[in-house]
Design a protein around this ligand. Structure first.
Ligand SMILES: [Zn+2]
Ligand SMILES: [Zn+2]
Length: 183
């Protein structure tokens, strides 16, 4: 398999050969079909201090692909050959935040794909755990769009969701002003 690896900040990535890994017992190996480029990938490549990145690592955390192999204890929800997206913000899944479905705020995010483990700028990615992270792509959704959902998609969706009431108030205010003007 190949990975496009950052060896040095702001220098060209190097296409590097690796052995195809076996899947971890609760995880999977996903053959990548699409990988988005996020601004965080650029920051990682530039070497920003606030990203917990390691050098000699393939960035990329907007990943769509096909399940190539599953670990023995990965469960039966997925099958080899499934078209999937990979949620990259891997967490402990045991703390109160994770149990409450706020794993993006978990302090134990040691395994983040593309920052602490090799990410999606590659032919394959190793996902340490499939629970909540390897998700089948619904029929009708193209993989090139689906790959963006685990980062760009949920970020913008969250912004709209959290500002919805304010936006509705603003729209209401605009209509109210128009009524005054009309009268
Ligand atoms: Zn991102
Ligand atoms: Zn947690």
């Amino acid at each position: 398999m190949k990975r496009a690896v950052v060896f040095e900040s702001s220098k060209p990535l190097r296409l590097t050969d690796y052995a195809i890994p076996t899947p971890p017992s609760n995880g999977a190996v996903v053959k990548i079909t699409y990988s988005g480029v996020c601004h965080s990938d650029i920051h990682f490549w530039e070497g920003f201090d606030n990203l917990p990145g390691l050098k000699e690592l393939a960035p990329g955390h907007e990943i769509a692909g096909v399940v190539e192999a599953l670990g023995d204890d990965a469960g039966t929800e997925l099958n080899v050959g499934d078209n999937v997206v990979v949620y990259p913000w891997l967490a402990c899944l045991e703390c109160a935040l994770c149990v409450g479905w706020r794993s993006n705020l978990c302090r134990d995010i040691r395994q983040m794909l593309g920052f602490r483990q090799h990410g999606g700028f590659a032919t394959h990615v190793v996902v340490p755990i499939v629970e909540r992270t390897v998700l089948r792509i619904p029929r009708g959704l193209s993989p090139e769009v689906a790959c963006m959902l685990p980062c760009s998609g949920i970020t913008t969706y969250n912004a709209v969701l959290n500002t919805r009431d304010t936006l509705q108030d603003m729209v209401g205010l605009k209509v109210y002003c128009k009524d005054i003007t009309d009268n």
